[in-house]
Design a protein around this ligand. Structure first.
Ligand SMILES: [Zn+2]
Length: 254
């Protein structure tokens, strides 16, 4: 754990590239608003059909630069075997108490990949338990950590769709968001242009024809229904509140 201080918004995901695929535009918008942003990947994605963990780590570094993250770490849990155990919970609680995020972005509970569902449950529980003073943890120097509970947990959309509670307008950062995704050449088999590259490796869900277009179409779809060019959808268990009713309006009155 680096001593990087607090983070305003923390994305937690099962695999390096999950945040880039799902909610990198929201991270970029937060950065533009002057907030501190971070990502915690729970595994190194070592079970991926394509690439190697070493190559994936390099791609993650490149994507993190594009996203201008203040913080990115990997918890080193086993890919394909994320379990909601006390041991894993404590690891996550320590990280949440260290970074003290105001908002956490996590996978949705219903997902195609079992690791995404497990990451959702683990993050959901850790966000709550991190706020309980009687669950004691220490930092890397053995110092007792203060309890901390994020004020809002928002769930991002991966494979399966859901009815969003809120959609973030990411039109201003869409190109950078796609660049961050395309940094994972080993996973998507595409260059920065989005054009499919020649590769002898096996095709996967992510390299199939139309995948890139699907990601773009989804962003266009959710953007369109809030009057924006591109949007990222989120589901929350809690109701969303605001003191400023006009903050709920994203369309400009031309
Ligand atoms: Zn994943």
């Amino acid at each position: 754990m680096k001593q990087s201080g607090t983070i305003d918004i923390l994305g937690i995901a099962a695999h390096p590239d999950d945040v880039e695929l799902s909610c990198a535009g929201t991270m970029l918008m937060a950065k533009r608003a002057g907030k501190k942003t971070g990502i915690l990947d729970l595994t190194r994605g070592e079970l991926s059909t394509r690439g190697t963990p070493e190559l994936r780590a390099k791609e993650t570094e490149e994507a993190s630069k594009i996203l201008q993250l203040d913080e990115r770490e990997n918890l080193g849990l086993a890919d394909g075997h994320i379990e909601v155990t006390h041991e894993n919970m404590v690891k996550l609680i320590r990280h949440i108490r260290h970074l003290r995020p105001i908002i956490m972005l996590t996978p949705h509970k219903n997902e195609r990949h079992p690791d995404h569902e497990a990451a959702s449950e683990l993050a959901h529980q850790a966000a709550f338990y991190a706020g309980l003073a009687k669950i004691e943890t220490t930092d890397d120097n053995g110092k007792k950590q203060e309890p901390h509970r994020p004020l809002l947990v928002m769930h991002f959309m991966q494979t399966y769709t859901f009815e969003p509670k809120v959609i973030i307008d990411i039109s201003d950062v869409f190109e950078e968001r796609m660049k961050a995704m395309n940094a994972y050449d080993s996973q998507f088999g595409r260059g920065a242009s989005g054009r499919k590259l020649e590769s002898k490796e096996l095709d996967t869900f992510l390299t199939q024809k139309g995948f890139y277009e699907w990601i773009e179409a989804r962003a266009r779809h959710f953007g369109m229904i809030i009057g924006a060019e591109f949007g990222e959808p989120f589901w929350t268990q809690e109701a969303i509140g605001t003191k400023d009713i006009f903050s709920l309006v994203t369309k400009s009155i031309a």
